[in-house]
Design a protein around this ligand. Structure first.
Ligand code: BG6
Length: 463
């Protein structure tokens, strides 16, 4: 491994502070980054190196290096970290990153989507992205990538005009989550699932996502996007693609991404009648009153932006044409929970249907993405005793019990390491995004053009 300079553009923001720098420290503390690594934070705020180090040190954790060695690692990490102040669209500001040495470079765009393209152009014009002899440059771009198919194509064209496609890593942090990475292992390493992974055996697949907090001051960003663009078009759809894609011929990035694109293209674009939208209003949870979406000072008055969506998707291919896929996502609901529920078919001609208790319930396989990562299989089993009674029980694989000696990595740790290693299998290719936007663009335009009002639901609701 050679020298590496990792520049976080937008380093004063929440994502950088809460996720990116802690992930970088985790990798550094485990010795997974090159010895000669250097971190630079770039943003508009006025920090000295020292003040910036103090700010990020507050969120670094010692999960991988408990005890005294952690303080030493932290000092080492902070000593390699510096801060550069500048305007995002000013190419002269980035010139200060040039030091005449050839080294591998990663530029991590942790900035609002509205300034992606201007930032890329200024950065490209500065020459700071030129890797030099024998080195490489990689550019990590956070979601959302555009607001619809057209704006995605425009943004992508501008990015591609500055950076070659092989430099670009479009991140969707859900792909770095341990349980999402496990979907492929579950499906393709366990022979028992192969013959039953289709419409003949699976009645429905429900992908659900909820948070028990509202937008909390992020209304300025969120209101321009809404829940469908914020999490459904990317995080949830990616999970669906991994659950439903055909087996790839190999684990190469190109093979996996080809399979996901094929699957996304098989999804019928949504009709407005297939999608239900909602927006939270104030509500009381455990005796505490929480403000509604419209009460947030960062949200414009009379906003029609959905904070909840539930939809039915149809995957029109031979494997899935008779399976119902539902996707549900919402902020300010009763729980923080993200899971994939696979409901197998029940049979009315089952031999046990003749008993008093009725037919056995369908089997269910549940992948708990978070919290409490794990897998549950619901099976029908005999209740002990002389009579033939049965009951649904759960075979449960809870990660914290099964792997109690292992640390479950944060999504960003997995993904940043992949960027360093040049592995693109968990990053999103442009054609995947085009296919994803094609599913949602018509319904998003319909809602906006017709000013469709989302249904109100109280903060903390169970939907
Ligand atoms: C982000 C969304 O992509 O994912 C946020 O913009 C959301 O609105 C977040 O809160 C959820 O991520 P996680 O990892 O906390 O489930």
């Amino acid at each position: 491994m050679g020298n590496l300079k990792l520049v976080v553009v937008g380093a004063s923001g929440d994502l950088a502070r809460k996720k990116i720098f802690p992930a970088l420290f985790s990798l550094y503390s485990q010795g997974l980054l090159p010895n000669e690594v250097e971190f630079v934070g770039f943003a508009r705020s006025d920090y000295s190196d020292e003040a910036f180090r103090r700010r990020i040190s507050e969120t670094l954790t010692c999960r991988y290096v408990p005890g005294e060695s952690c303080a030493e690692k932290m000092d080492g990490f902070l000593a390699r970290t510096s801060y550069l102040r500048g305007e995002y669209g000013d190419s002269n500001a980035y010139k200060r990153l040039l030091d005449g040495r050839a080294c591998d470079k990663i530029f991590y765009f942790s900035i609002p989507p509205a300034i992606f393209a201007d930032t890329a152009e200024a950065l490209g014009a500065s020459g700071a992205t030129e890797p030099g002899d024998g080195a490489w440059t990689r550019v990590v771009v956070e979601k959302p990538f555009g607001r619809d198919r057209k704006s995605f194509d425009e943004l992508n064209e501008r990015l591609n005009a500055v950076f070659p496609e092989e430099w670009i890593y479009r991140i969707d942090h859900y792909l770095g989550k341990e349980m999402v990475r496990n979907i492929q292992v579950l499906r393709f390493a366990n022979q028992i699932f192969k013959p039953i992974w289709d419409s003949k055996h699976i009645d429905r697949i429900d992908i659900s996502w909820s948070e028990d907090i509202g937008v909390e001051g992020r209304g300025g960003y969120f209101d321009n996007y809404g829940i469908i663009r914020d999490v459904v078009q990317n995080h949830l759809l990616q999970m669906l693609a991994l659950v439903a894609m055909e087996p790839p011929p190999s684990l190469d990035a190109a093979d996996i991404r080809n399979r996901k694109v094929e699957l996304l293209k098989a999804i019928t674009p949504l009709n407005p009648e297939d999608v239900e939208i909602g927006q939270y209003v104030s509500g009381v949870v455990n005796g505490v009153e929480h403000p509604g979406y419209g009460d947030d000072p960062t949200v414009p008055d009379d906003s029609l932006t959905p904070t909840f969506a539930r939809m039915k998707l149809q995957v029109l291919n031979e494997r899935w044409e008779d399976t119902v896929f539902t996707v549900k996502a919402g902020k300010a609901l009763a729980r923080r929970e993200s899971q994939i529920r696979i409901v197998f078919r029940a049979s009315r001609s089952n031999v046990f249907c003749s008993l008093d208790g009725g037919c056995p319930m369908p089997n269910e396989l549940i992948i708990r993405v978070q919290p409490d990562e794990g897998i549950t299989l619901k099976i029908t089993t005999k209740v002990p005793g002389a009579s033939m009674r049965f009951h649904v029980k759960e075979l449960d694989l809870t990660y914290s019990d099964a792997f109690d000696a292992e640390v479950i990595p944060e999504a960003y740790e997995n993904l940043i390491l992949d960027v360093v290693n040049g592995d693109k299998s968990l990053f999103i290719r442009a054609d995947e995004l085009q296919a994803a936007w094609d599913i949602f663009t018509p319904v998003l335009s319909y809602f906006e053009e017709n000013r469709v009002r989302p249904k109100a639901y109280p903060f903390g609701a169970s939907l």
